[in-house]
Design a protein around this ligand. Structure first.
Ligand code: C2E
Ligand code: MG
Ligand code: MG
Ligand code: MG
Length: 284
């Protein structure tokens, strides 16, 4: 894995380049070029379904980098560097605009009730004009914030919490849904759950993989679902890979599910053909 190969090197997943290492410096350089050329990034989409009857509720947009020499690069290999260098701000704006255009396209096809989930890094979120920027992109692209869910990790929320709460409040007033991503893996205390004006919790996949056999994971997942319900929050389990895990989540009344059991993240056209076309338009 990347970690085993050294602190400042990253291993890529495209088979042709399997053994080549990409230095941090190269990643930063190539990221700058990619942001200028504007043709190397692509969003993949993964369905989020209701647990009860499997109806499509929305999609999560997940960025991919089609590197000219290295093939498809996972966000795990470059998001951290984009954060550290500040390049996450222009990259994040590209992601928001592209997800708006795709949602608009799907709405035009008649799929008008989809929610688009977009990951927002904490540095991007704390950027001074984040709220104004996202608002103007949505206005320019003609989509409403009520169709968007912004996903932010627990640790991201814990930096400068007062400022975070203010930003979250403003976003909620505009109509965005806000999810805490990778819930359970960070170091926030439960008291913050009460203070953050969020709408949803996403249970981290590391707890979902063990369902239904790992009793520890099951205890954590079922009590997180209950906690979310008691706080009036939606709850989404990510990393659902098996029918057994799904059945278990159903028993615990999880609201939404996402994972390879339903589909891997797919390029937009493939998502349209393989996922959306199986669904009735305007389904609720
Ligand atoms: P995340 O937001 O927690 O997204 C879920 C990750 O889990 C995705 O990995 C997805 O492909 C993967 N996943 C979903 N279901 C399953 C499953 O059943 N089994 C397994 N093994 N994995 C599953 P991906 O696409 O590699 O993204 C990794 C992370 O990179 C994301 O985690 C998110 O933190 C970050 N990321 C992705 N796109 C963006 C973006 O546009 N902006 C920012 N800031 N971060 C992004
Ligand atoms: Mg996410
Ligand atoms: Mg997650
Ligand atoms: Mg994650």
């Amino acid at each position: 894995t990347a970690k085993e190969s050294g602190r400042n090197t990253y291993r890529f997943f495209s088979s042709s380049m399997k053994d080549k290492l990409f230095s941090r410096f190269q990643i930063e350089n190539d990221l700058r070029k990619a942001l200028k050329s504007d043709t190397q990034f692509e969003l993949y989409y993964q369905p989020i379904n209701t647990t009860i009857n499997g109806t499509l509720e929305g999609v999560e947009a997940l960025v991919r980098w089609n590197h000219p020499e290295r093939g498809v690069v996972s966000p795990l290999a470059f998001i951290d560097i984009a954060e550290e260098t500040g390049l996450i701000v222009p990259l994040g704006q590209w992601v928001i605009r592209e997800s708006c255009r795709q949602l608009r396209w799907w709405q035009g096809m008649g799929y008008t009730s989809l929610t688009m989930s977009v990951n927002i890094s904490s540095r991007q979120f704390r950027h001074g004009s984040f709220v104004e920027d996202i608002q103007s992109i949505l206005v320019e692209e003609g989509v409403s914030p009520k169709h968007f869910q912004l996903e932010i990790t627990e640790n991201g929320l814990m930096e400068n919490t007062e400022e975070m709460i203010n930003t979250l409040k403003r976003l909620r007033e505009i109509g965005f849904r806000i999810a805490i991503d990778d819930f359970g893996t960070g170091y926030s205390s439960l008291s913050y759950l009460k203070k953050f004006p969020v709408t949803s919790l996403k249970i981290d996949k590391s707890f979902v993989f063990g369902l239904p056999n790992d009793l520890g994971d099951e205890a954590i997942v079922s009590s997180t679902i209950q906690l979310a319900h008691r706080l009036g929050l939606y709850v989404i389990a990510e990393g659902v890979e098996s029918q057994d895990a799904l059945v278990n989540l159903k028993q615990h009344d999880c609201t939404y599910v996402q994972g390879y059991y339903f589909s891997k993240p797919l390029p937009a056209d493939q998502f349209t053909n393989e996922i959306l076309s199986r669904r009735t338009k305007n389904e609720d």
